[in-house]
Design a protein around this ligand. Structure first.
Ligand code: ASP
Length: 323
């Protein structure tokens, strides 16, 4: 049935007014992982850069747990008014293949707001590991089968996906230890309670630089240029053929957020991503800022859909599910 014109007009005007006044109160940016971790670091830099172009305050709330799916579910169910926004990563595309009962529909429950950056990962270990190179790590893993602890940020996190693909590539099962983010996982790695972890360079660069963890390889197909990371081989070079993973981030709002609000956030995001200070801080941590078509909500959504389809068979082959 068609909406009568008399009814449609006031509705359209209300939506327009909402967008014209937006934002007139603080925006909550949900980070679906623990504070101090890699996604939190992207969020804090972005919140600072987007504040001015958006014309409002951005408050970060960390909703960690279940590999990012709790925070994503919170945003999927929030009021669609532009005041609750999610910063999420590749986990938004791996979770549909990993969870039997995901509490939201990735392609239906969100407005896509544009992508932010791509972050490579590193394979790191506790400093007390005897292995000094990737080749030595390979031997140590073989010799310690059944006893190796691999830390990650929960099923659906990037560290989980990387760890899952790594175990399946080298055909060696490890004891996986989940945390609410790789910030607390890193604490345990520093303390020697766990052995190894795959984590984003936004969280590992400083620790590698100061020698607090051992770094063995990068997960991307090309070596990295940051001074602390340049000498690391790629996993592919080190013998894990075809391994290539980096962690992309994007912004999401609840489905039904007015288009004018979506456009306003997207415009502010594009300006924020050009901010020289944001670039400097993110690039120093190994992140690459998105500067292509995926800045547009339509292309962002297409990319996520393609990633879901790309990851699904790989995850099925690696064979792991959660409820
Ligand atoms: N991004 C997560 C965090 O911020 C870690 C992960 O996904 O592995 O803790």
């Amino acid at each position: 049935m068609r909406t009568p014109l008399l009814l449609a007009l006031p509705l359209a005007l209300t939506a327009l007014n909402a967008a014209a006044d937006y934002p007139d109160k603080p925006i909550t940016l949900i980070v679906p992982f623990a504070a101090g971790g890699p996604t939190d670091k992207v969020a804090r830099d972005l919140a600072e850069a987007i504040r001015k172009p958006l014309g409002g305050t951005v408050v970060i709330e960390n909703v960690g747990g279940a590999g990012g799916t709790l925070g994503a579910a919170r945003v999927a169910k929030a009021a669609p008014d532009g005041y609750t926004v999610l910063l999420h990563h590749i986990g938004i595309a791996s979770a549909p293949s990993l969870y039997r009962n995901l509490p939201y529909k990735t392609l239906e429950d969100f407005e896509y707001l544009g992508m932010v950056n791509e972050v490579p990962m590193t394979l790191i270990g506790r400093t007390t590991l005897p292995a000094g190179s990737y080749a030595e790590l390979g031997k140590w893993l073989e010799a310690n089968k059944g006893k190796i602890n691999l830390a990650h940020a929960g099923v659906g996190s990037a560290s989980h996906l990387c760890g899952l693909l790594y175990q399946s590539s080298i055909k060696l099962d490890m004891i996986t230890v989940p945390y609410k983010g790789t910030a607390p996982a890193m604490n345990d790695l520093l303390g020697g309670q766990v052995d190894i972890m795959c984590d984003q360079t936004t969280n590992t660069t400083g620790q590698i630089e100061s020698g607090k963890v051992k770094a063995y390889a990068v997960t991307t197909s090309k070596r990295l240029s940051a001074p602390a990371l340049a000498k690391l081989p790629t996993l592919d070079e080190a013998g894990v053929k075809g391994f290539n993973m980096s962690v992309w981030h994007g912004l999401y709002a609840p489905k039904g957020t007015p288009k004018a609000v979506v456009d306003k956030i997207n415009g502010a995001l594009r300006t924020a991503l050009k901010d020289p200070e944001f670039h400097k801080r993110q690039e120093a941590l190994g992140a690459v800022i998105i500067a292509d078509a995926r800045l547009a909500p339509v292309e962002h959504k297409k990319f996520v859909e393609a990633e879901i389809n790309k990851l699904s068979p790989v995850i099925k082959a690696a064979g792991q599910y959660a409820d």
